[in-house]
Design a protein around this ligand. Sequence first.
Ligand code: F6P
Length: 547
Amino acid sequence: MALQNTNPSGTAAWQALRDHYTEMQNASMQEMFAADTQRAQKFHIKWNDFLVDYSKNIINEETLALLQDLAKETDLKGAIQSYFEGDAINRTEDRAVLHTALRAPETADIRFEGVNVIPEVYAVKNKIKQFTEEIIGGTKTGYTGKPFTTVVNIGIGGSDLGPHMVVEALKYYKNQLNVKFISNVDGDHVTESLKGLDPETTLFVIASKTFTTQETLTNAETAREWFLKHATQADVAKHFVAVSTNIKKVTEFGIDEANIFPMWDWVGGRFSLWSAVGLSIALAVGFDNFDKLLKGANDMDEHFKTTPFEENLPVVLALLSIWYNNFFGAESEALIPYTQYLSKLAPYLQQGIMESNGKSVGRDGNPVNYQTGTIIWGEPGTNSQHAFFQLIHQGTKLIPTDFIGFVQPLYGNQDHHDKLMSNFFAQTEALLSGKTEATVRAEFTKAGVAQEKADYLTPFKVFTGNKPTNTFLIKKLTPETLGALVALYEHKIFVQGVIWNIFSYDQWGVELGKQLANSILDEIVSGTVKQHDSSTSFLVGEFLKQK
Ligand code: F6P
């Protein structure tokens, strides 16, 4: 079944939300907390090892009810069913969106064009299991018989960001293999990355769904040239494996068919870490941990599929984001994990969120008349507090922020963890409560500051507060909780795309740049600049003169 085609701005719920916004735009969260001591009790969701407190938002019960109405009017329920049942909801590419099948249990029956995909999924999973166990255990060796010490994943976009983020996030669970990532076509990046590697003990994983991506193929060729300086063509089979849907292109590149880990068209690039694109994850942390990551994601899938919207984490968080994006005019959201392990979560979700929902044409083929995709950015706390938090606290922009923290540290450094988490709680409190003029003046009086100086400084020291935040308090960073967290954001993307009436699973916008880069490359190589706008012609000409 195709997704329903409803302009959300024409729904009764949207109109009601507009009216409601006029009442809420100046609402004070401080006052709402003071008036209702049960607010946190009302506005939080506990699920497995997650506690998500969304009480520090500019909402009341009516806001939530109207947002739920919007979800109903845009047929979110039907859309969720289509998503999980493998309907071709990626209509502009005529594809299903079934990354959820990659983490389903072996007993599941998930049909794509009438055929259950689970046996195929598990065949590839078993291949990953066997291969990773042989590499980690040292029974599969390099061309001189030495066990592998280093894995280099060559891929870009979804074929890099997902595995890279997870390998970094699960560093605590890592084995002895050194896992590196090469993505940028920048030759300095590949040269730096290959520096110091031992060809006898390095395994290359070339990850590309299409196997046509310029960056990945160029880097793979450079890696192969580097390898062939030390070994023979026949040795390539032992050191190069590929993850792709494009078996023909991979074999043309010279990779043995036995060394291909297949994936399917119904896995979107930015949702592919659960597929064989996760091979470098399984190599880094072992297959069992990779499987636990998938299990955690599957638990979240079940929660999303079966929980009433009021208690449904991805739905509630998506609706809150729509509230700020479409009614308050917020343009961006920040994501602040209080663990260094999640330093790559925001860059990873930038692709997930911005490639998916950065669309301006509705499912009816007409330009949308409302805002869509949010800008996402962030860095781990507490570093980010000393970098950009000033703007969130006292700037002119409204930036709803997700705070993600963990109850238990991994190495048991309790002193550090208590300090880290006190900052975590303090920031959301400060963003909510701010600092009143009376408090600022009382502090000046206590410190004996002269009246004139106090009068001058007071406005600069007042914080309005009333800045919305969601707080995720998760028991511990494990493969399972990470899987669930990532799946939560994936489903949030889906919900928003459904409500915004856009197609979240294509990415035509990145194609134009690729096409133009190819024709400019021809001009650079031939030394002849063709007709462009005067700026581009001038710049390419200068580049050719100076290079
Ligand atoms: O940037 C566009 C894109 O198609 C992404 O969606 C994708 O993750 C990336 O390129 C890499 O594609 P591939 O895995 O086919 O090399």
